[in-house]
Design a protein around this ligand. Structure first.
Ligand code: NOJ
Length: 575
């Protein structure tokens, strides 16, 4: 006989979660950043306050009530420094300033102060694998071989011949060396040619970087996310690399000798004295390397931000088995030591619900609730990208003229140069481009989404008409309200932060299920990752009476089986 259990989220948040409180053992080394729920804001797209069509810092201040209402306790801001915006701020021309389109230092100070008043920490992006070619260091460096700034970058004199091939991620021809006639030499750029790589072998450059980080730490920022830092150390003899190495360039670019020395030095000068947290974008090429970056006794970085999870989805979808394996393997590797970030989206990816969920009208709401349940019930610090709390979807632009991102524009030029099938290229781009994840925040149903009163810097997704904050605030069963329940649940239950993770139902084709256990407290997370009803019988588990949280109206059981609706997600106490 079918027994339907009512979903009483509100009541259960007050009861179920509080019946037993797990004590966090000392060995877990509690820290605010382990207990944080990070909300990532792409400032350009969050809220425009002055009608110029570009999001800004005052806009974020104006939305602080909303941000606080989410229940998050840290934000990560993508770069807000002055920049020619060849790569939307990842090409910095002044590391101690605020980009005029985002505001000024007084506004930044106010933002930081207002965040702190609300108990929200701020993590800044630090982009020091490379600078902008318009940074004064580079301008001086390129102007004269005898400049004290010459060795802030990597130069290859043309008198030595053509430099050994280096692959560039963003170059229109894939070439990381650019010839500069001023001094008849090539400079290195792993990303676009307007992003010359800094030379970390130079102690003067390193000191400049530590000093600029101290500048922000002294202001009171709480953490740094180190952009592309695993590429910073290089073999500056630039040996020839095996042909075709670019297919696997991370093996050759990441974690080169010297990197750990730089990180230890940075830790001594910045992280330790100022007590700021540091997040490693990219976490090496193996679990061992990730540990070498973030284990506490190494005194380098603190939180690994590894890409394996976000890389599971490809153009044509992903396999649930692989997703389970990747997250489970990482968790196992970090069970005793080290700390992970948990994320499935960011500004470099297409939208979460479109990549890992199902953005059709029928399944969008359930599937984004499922994905957020996953992120907020795993061990590690969850990172939620703005708009994913609503289930914002891909915009899917199909003409290259609509794209602005250097990766898309130069990627298209490169595909053309290589004679690839451009129609197919555009199909893939529409689905996978990171610009899908950069459309303005959808606050209201209006055409301008409540984002701007001007001309938005980037196209607004027309589905703001029915996916927006205003509507979702008013709807108790919206993804937004579900997200808020999840943040409350996680914050009240240390088991969801520190508890051991154990994978169940490993071979189930639809269900991802796991337990989290801390001391005497244990709960079961069951996620139906499919658009079909799923049945699963948890073996040997005595389920507590009521779910802590359930994305559907009810949880159906038939005998020992749970019958899950498409994309249903549920967290059930076990004792
Ligand atoms: C990684 C950043 O996340 C990405 O947005 C940027 O384009 C590259 N690093 C280069 O800075």
């Amino acid at each position: 006989m079918r027994v339907a259990l009512l979903n009483l989220i509100g009541l259960l948040l007050l009861t179920g979660c509080q019946t037993k409180q797990a004590v966090v053992p000392e060995s877990q080394q509690q820290a605010w950043w382990k207990e944080a729920i990070v909300y990532q804001i792409y400032p350009r797209s969050f809220q425009d306050s002055n009608g110029d069509g570009v999001g800004d810092l005052q806009g974020i201040i104006d939305r602080l009530d909303y941000i606080e209402s989410l229940g998050i306790n840290a934000i990560w801001l993508n770069p807000i420094y002055p920049s020619p915006n060849a790569d939307n701020g990842y090409d910095v021309s002044d590391y101690r300033g605020i980009a005029p389109e985002f505001g000024d230092m007084e506004t930044f100070d106010r933002l930081l102060d207002e965040l702190h008043k609300r108990g929200i920490k701020l993590i800044m992006d630090v982009v020091v694998n490379h600078s902008s070619d318009e940074h004064p260091w580079f301008i001086a460096s390129r102007s004269d071989v005898n400049s004290p700034y010459r060795d802030y970058y990597h130069w290859w004199p043309a008198s030595k011949g053509t430099p050994p091939y280096r692959y560039s991620l963003f170059d229109a021809k894939g070439d990381a060396w650019k010839y500069d006639s001023i001094t008849d030499a090539y400079y290195l750029h792993y990303f676009a040619d307007k992003q010359p790589d800094l030379n970390w072998e130079n102690p003067a450059l390193r000191q400049e970087v530590y000093d600029l980080m101290k500048f922000w730490a002294q202001k009171g920022v709480d953490g740094f996310r180190l952009d592309a830092f695993q590429f910073a150390a290089k073999d500056t003899t630039f040996p020839e690399l095996p042909q075709g190495y670019e297919k696997n360039f991370i093996q050759y670019y990441a974690m080169q000798p010297g990197l750990h020395d730089y990180l230890k030095e940075m830790n001594q000068q910045v992280f330790a004295p100022y007590g700021v947290v540091s997040v490693a974008e990219g976490a090496g090429r193996s679990f061992e390397e990730a540990h070498e970056l973030v284990d506490a006794d190494r005194q380098e970085l603190q939180m690994a931000y590894a890409f394996d999870g976000v890389d599971v989805a490809k153009y044509d979808g992903y396999s649930l088995a692989t997703l389970k394996k990747v997250f489970t393997d990482w968790d196992r590797s970090f069970a005793e030591k080290g700390w992970l970030s948990i994320f499935l989206s960011n500004h470099d990816q297409a939208r979460l619900v479109s990549r890992y969920g199902n953005d059709t009208p029928e399944h969008r709401v359930a599937s984004i609730k499922l994905l957020n349940t996953f992120l907020l019930t795993m061990r590690g610090t969850p990172y939620v990208y703005y708009g994913d709390e609503l289930g914002m979807t891909n915009i899917g632009m199909d003409r290259i003229e609509e794209y602005q991102d250097v990766a898309a524009v130069n990627g298209y030029a490169k595909a053309k140069f290589m004679g690839e099938d451009l129609d197919q290229h555009m199909k893939i781009l529409a689905k996978t481009s990171r610009e899908n994840g950069r459309t303005p925040m959808q606050w209201t149903a209006d055409a301008m989404a409540g984002f701007t009163e001007g001309n938005p810097w980037m196209k607004i997704n027309p589905n703001t008409a029915f996916i927006n904050v205003q509507d979702q605030v008013a709807d108790p069963s919206s993804p937004l309200n579900h997200f808020k329940s999840l943040t409350q649940l996680r914050k009240k239950n240390p088991v969801l932060v520190y508890g051991a993770y154990e994978l169940l139902a490993e071979d189930h084709p639809q269900v991802y299920a796991y337990t989290r256990t801390l001391g005497e407290v244990s709960c079961l997370v069951v996620l139906n990752f499919s658009d079909q009803t799923a049945r699963w019988a948890p073996i040997g588990l005595s389920l507590g009476a009521q779910p802590w949280i359930n994305s559907a109206d009810q949880l159906t059981r038939e005998g020992k089986e749970l019958i899950l609706a498409p994309y249903q997600s549920v967290v059930i106490p076990l004792n």
